[in-house]
Structures are given as C-alpha cells and as structure tokens.
Ligand binder design. Structure first.
Ligand code: VAH
Length: 319
C-alpha cells in the first residue's frame, strides 16, 4: 500500500493535490503537513494532518517513520513575490527544505519524490517564446535561483544516489478552491473572485503581460501522471517544461466579460511587473508530451467557464 507524505499541503497546489491523492489511495494513506496555516475542518478531518516545519530534519524523519512513508510530494516553497521580499528565508525554506527531503529520501529508501520547479527558473536572457527544455537559466529572482539550484540538486541526487526524484516546471496555476499566496501569477486567480464579488478588478500587471498558465486540474493530472510513470520513461531529472495555455490579463478579462458583462479590469503595475517581464511568454513542453504522454485539457475558454461555475457555487455569488 502506497503511503504518501505531502509537505506544503495547505498551499495552493496542496489543497487540490491532497484530496486527489486521497481519492486514489485512500484517506488514511495520505499524510498532509502544513507549516502553520490551519485548513478547514473538512480537509483536516479527511485524513492525517500535522503541523510541522519541513526545514526541521528530525521532525520530518519522525513523520516518515511514524507513518511508514514511501512516496513524497515536497511542495513547500516561498513563491516569487514573497521570495523577493525575504530572499534569505526563501533560500532557507526552498533549498534547505529540499536538501533535507532528498537526504531523507536517500536515508529512508523513499521510492519516489516529487518536487515542483517553475517557469521562474528562466530569466530575461532565456528565449521568451516557445521556451525550449534545454536553454539559458539565469533568473533574476531568489525564487528562480532556488528553482535552478533545486533542479540541479534533484539531478545530482538521482545520478549519485539513485533517488527517484521527479519534477515539473509549473506555469502559473489557477485554482478554484484555494487562493494562492505570494506569487506573481496570483492575479489570474484574484480576478475571478473580484469579478464575481465586485464586477471589477485592479490588476498589478500590464494588460499585455502574457504568461504561461494552467488550470489546477491539468497541473494535478500532470503531477500524478509524472509520478505514476515508469522510471524508464523519465529521461529528464532536472525538471520538465510543462505548458497548457498562455494568456495576458486583458485576454482573461475579456473572457470573463463574456460571462459577467459588467466586469471591468484596470491595470496598475507594481513590483511584480519586473518579475513577470523576466519570464517566458510561452513554453515548449514537447519532451513531457513525448516521454510520458502529457497533454493538457483546459484552454482559456474552458478554464474561465469552470472557474466561474465552481467559484459562484462555493461563494454563493450568482452571475
Ligand atoms: C509564482 N505561482 O507566481 C508562482 C509560479 C510561475 C509562477 O511559480 O511565483
């Protein structure tokens, strides 16, 4: 029986990944760890949940032993905007936590471990359109630096110790069940809440800031598909490019306006504009599609429709 540990479980991805893993493997076989934010009762009561610090190796080892963990999804990370406000903490959590988990994987014979990289691993010197799998990685954010260093560390632990660690360079992710925190792409979630609540939104990026994005359902599918793939099919042990759809704030605003006709979006770029400008506009994920059969489901139209339906039902806001 697979026994799965998810760190960073109360984050944007964790809040969708944990329920999906529990659906597949049984509630009691998926142990969720949060750092401090207590999720809702339903999440906590659905299966094992512990508050623990993923940068505390002893605490993590204790949990791995207590539950007999054989698979880890290590999601703990400060995101791009937060990381720029506190680069030391970003390095300690993102890199310190990853090395601890890779060492524990080696020491405890963890069968498979997942770690998220990001398009933030790319920087202003990376080709911005149809960004290739193998290219220049010179990010100018601490978050991006931790993603490049993390990818190299994952590759090192696989080649030197045989740790079966797998990784995806996530684009911006849009979820209907958890607000993200501290990201540059968070606008693409906030805009839906604000459209339903107030029929208006002030975007902190320029209207033409096109970025690679993905609906959470696709991100979860890619993550689970990658982790369930035969090891022989995983040819890249740094991190796979992953893509679905690219859009700009004005494009998603226009799609929302098709459903909420009164919706208006205004634009007042802040410090996150410089981060967005350093990232690609679109990604070549042909290696993921070739090696382990990745394909996305949601385009902008389908994502917008599902987001508005799900959010309006959950928030009780008609449109
Ligand atoms: C961020 N959502 O905005 C994250 C992600 C591609 C961006 O890594 O920092």
């Amino acid at each position: 029986m697979t026994r799965i540990l998810v760190t960073g479980a109360t984050g944007q991805i964790g809040m969708s990944l944990v329920p999906e893993l529990r659906r597949k493997h049984g509630n009691s076989n998926v142990i969720a760890i949060g750092h401090r934010k207590m999720p809702d009762e339903a999440f906590i009561n659905a299966g094992p949940f512990e508050i623990a610090d993923a940068t505390n190796k002893e605490a993590m080892a204790e949990i791995i032993n207590k539950y007999g963990i054989d698979t880890v999804y290590h999601l703990v990370s400060l995101l791009s905007a937060t990381g720029e406000k506190n680069p030391d903490l970003a390095w300690n959590v993102n890199m310190g936590g990853l090395k601890i988990m890779l060492d524990l994987a080696r020491e405890h014979g963890i069968k498979r471990i997942f770690w998220p990289s990001s398009i933030a691993a790319f920087g202003p010197t990376t080709p911005r359109d149809n960004t290739p799998q193998d290219t220049v990685l010179e990010p100018n954010t601490m978050y991006g630096v931790t993603k490049v260093a993390g990818e190299l560390m994952c590759n090192y632990y696989h080649k030197k110790y045989g740790v079966d660690v797998r990784s995806l360079r996530y684009p911006g992710i849009i979820s209907n069940n958890a607000l993200p925190g501290g990201g540059t792409t968070d606008y693409a979630v906030e805009i839906f809440y604000e459209a339903l609540k107030h029929q208006k939104y002030k975007c902190y990026l320029r209207d033409d800031s096109t970025l690679p994005m993905m609906y959470m359902s696709d991100a979860i599918k890619a993550t689970v598909d990658l982790m369930e793939s035969d090891p022989a099919s995983i040819k890249i042990r740094t991190s796979y490019n992953l893509a679905a759809v690219s859009f700009s704030p004005k494009e998603v605003a226009a799609e929302i306006k098709k459903h909420i006709h009164a919706f208006e979006c205004t634009y007042e770029p802040d410090f996150r504009q410089a981060i967005a400008d350093s990232w690609p506009r679109s990604i070549d994920d042909s290696r993921a599609r070739k090696d382990w059969g990745w394909k996305h489901t949601y385009d902008l139209k389908k994502m917008t429709q599902d987001m508005l339906e799900k959010l309006s039902a959950r928030l009780g806001l008609k449109y």
